[in-house]
Design a protein around this ligand. Structure first.
Ligand SMILES: *Cc1c(COP(=O)(O)O)cnc(C)c1O
Length: 434
C-alpha cells in the first residue's frame, strides 16, 4: 500500500519509505491511501478472539500487502505480548488499562511495533540502523524498551542531565544491549538540536544509517488502533458494547487518531471524546472552527502539554477538512490542574480505583458527557506509579510501584556524558560507526 502526505505536495511512498522518513518531504504526515472496512463476521466473532488475533487482522488490513503473513504475524504477536484489559471503575464507566507493557504506558505498543518493523526491513542488511531520539522523559523509555534486543538496530537516547525524573531515567539508562543513553549537559532543546544536526550531517549519514522514531511515524501510530478493537471485544463480551463512547486523554492526538482509523474500519463506536488538560487547542477548535496553536503550558498531565498537536493534520484529513463532521464524531473537554487533582482524589475515594493524571481527564469527561444508556471507556494511558510524587501528594498515600518498574530502579545506570556541542556528539557517533 502507498502512503500519501497530508500536505499533498510530496510523492506517494511505500510503507518502508514512510517508516524510514517519518515526516514527508513537504512536512506533511503520511496517511495510508486505503482504510479497509473489516468484514461483519470479524465484529460478530471478535469477543471470542485474543488481543493478538484481533491485532493481526487489523494489522493485515494496513500492512498485509507489504509484509508476508508469517512475518507480520510474528511482528504483531511480539508487539502485543502483554494484556490490555478493561477494568470497571463504576456503573457504565470502564478503564482500558494500557499500562501493562514494559514502561507502563501506551506508547509501548507503537514503539515495539516500529522496532520490529524496522528490524524486519533491515533484516538482510549488514549495516546497523541507528535510531536517534531526544527525550524529556517518557518517549525515551518507550522507544528504548521497544527496541531493546531487536537485531540490526541500535538506539541512542539523548536526555538532559538532571532534568528527567529518577524513575524515567532508570528506564533507559539501565538497559544495556543495543541501547545507549547519552546524558547531555543542557536542556531538552539542546538534545533535540543535536539530533537534528546529526540528521542534516551528510558525512555522518554516509558513515552510519540514521533514523528517528518520532511519534508521528506511521509505524508508531497505526498499531495503536489494535487495542480499540480489543476494548470493543471485551465490552461486547460483557454485553456492554451497544452504545459505546470512547474517551482519549490527548496531547499530540496520535492515540485518538488511531481510534478514528478503527472507527473508519467499522468499529461500532458511537462517538469519541478528546480530553485535554489546560492545553485546549483542540477544544477551542471544536467550539470555534478555528485552529490556533499556541505555546504549551506545563500541567500535571505533562505528556499532554502540547500547543500544536501534530496529528491534527491527520484528523482533518480523515474528515475531509469538515469542521461539522469532526464535531459530529468527536467532542472535547479541557481540565485545569485543580480539576485533575479533585477528580483523581474523588474517584479514588469513591471507587477505590487509582488513576494517573492523564487518565483522570478521560474519566472526568465521561462523567460529564455520557448520555443515559451509553457506556464509556476511557484510555488509562499510563500507570499512576509513573507519576508517583504527584499522585502520592494528591491522594495523600504511597502508590505501590509495580515490580516491572522496581526492576529498572535496581539496575545499574550507564550513560555517556557529553556536552551540548554538536562537535562532541558527532565525534562520539563517528567513533561508534559500524
Ligand atoms: C503521550 C501520552 C499521552 C498523549 O497521547 P497523544 O497520542 O500524544 O495524544 C497521554 N498520556 C500519556 C501517559 C502519554 O504518555
Amino acid at each position: 500500500m502507498k502512503y500519501y502526505s497530508t500536505n499533498h505536495n510530496s510523492e506517494n511512498v511505500s510503507l518502508r519509505d514512510a517508516v524510514v522518513r517519518g515526516l514527508a518531504p513537504d512536512r506533511g504526515l503520511y496517511m495510508p491511501e486505503k482504510i479497509r472496512h473489516l468484514p461483519d463476521e470479524f465484529f460478530r466473532d471478535i469477543d471470542g478472539m485474543s488481543l493478538q488475533e484481533i491485532s493481526y487482522i487489523v494489522a493485515d488490513a494496513f500492512f498485509g500487502e507489504d509484509i508476508p503473513a508469517g512475518d507480520l504475524r510474528k511482528i504483531v504477536y511480539d508487539t502485543m505480548a502483554f494484556p490490555i484489559p478493561v477494568a470497571k471503575v463504576e456503573e457504565n464507566i470502564y478503564s482500558l488499562e494500557l499500562f501493562h507493557g514494559p514502561t507502563l504506558a501506551f506508547k509501548d505498543v507503537g514503539a515495539r511495533f516500529m522496532a520490529r518493523l524496522l528490524g524486519y526491513f533491515n533484516r538482510d542488511e549488514k549495516q546497523l540502523v541507528n535510531v536517534l531520539v531526544a527525550t524529556s522523559g517518557d518517549t525515551g523509555s518507550a522507544v528504548a524498551n521497544g527496541f531493546l534486543g531487536v537485531d540490526g538496530v541500535h538506539v541512542y537516547v539523548l536526555y538532559p542531565k538532571g532534568r528527567v525524573s529518577p524513575i524515567q531515567e532508570c528506564q533507559f539508562t539501565t538497559l544495556g544491549q543495543n541501547i545507549t543513553a547519552v546524558e547531555v549537559d543542557g536542556v531538552f532543546d539542546d538534545c533535540q538540536a543535536l539530533v537534528k544536526n546529526a540528521f542534516m550531517d551528510a558525512e555522518l549519514g554516509s558513515r552510519m544509517k540514521l533514523t528517528s522514531a518520532n511519534s508521528i511515524n506511521v509505524a508508531r501510530f497505526l498499531p495503536q488502533s489494535f487495542y480499540y478493537f480489543g476494548a470493543y471485544a471485551q465490552m461486547k463480551a460483557l454485553g456492554k458494547a451497544d452504545s459505546l463512547v470512547i474517551c482519549v486523554p490527548s496531547g499530540n492526538f496520535g492515540n485518538i487518531t488511531a481510534g478514528l482509523f478503527g472507527w473508519k474500519m467499522g468499529l461500532p463506536v458511537r462517538r469519541f471524546i478528546a480530553a485535554n488538560n489546560a492545553n485546549d487547542i483542540f477544544y477551542n477548535y471544536l467550539n470555534s472552527g478555528v485552529y490556533s496553536p499556541k505555546p504549551s503550558v506545563p500541567t500535571l498531565a505533562n505528556a499532554m502539554d502540547v500547543g500544536d498537536p501534530s496529528n491534527f493534520a491527520r484528523v482533518l484529513d480523515l474528515y475531509g477538512g469538515s469542521h461539522s463532521d469532526i464535531c459530529a464524531g468527536i467532542s472535547g473537554a479541557t481540565y485545569s490542574d485543580g480539576q485533575i487533582r479533585e477528580t483523581l482524589r474523588e474517584a479514588y475515594e469513591n471507587t477505590g480505583y487509582l488513576m494517573d493524571p492523564h487518565g483522570t481527564c478521560g474519566y472526568r469527561a465521561l462523567k460529564e458527557q455520557l448520555a443515559p444508556g451509553e457506556t464509556g471507556v476511557f484510555l488509562e494511558t499510563a500507570h499512576p506509579a509513573k507519576f508517583k510524587e504527584k499522585v502520592d501528594a494528591i491522594v495523600g498515600g504511597d502508590v505501590e510501584i509495580p515490580e516491572r518498574l522496581q526492576a529498572f530502579m535496581k539496575g545499574r545506570k550507564q550513560s555517556v556524558p557529553l556536552s551540548r556541542d554538536y562537535a562532541d556528539f558527532r565525534n562520539f557517533l563517528m567513533s561508534e560507526a559500524r
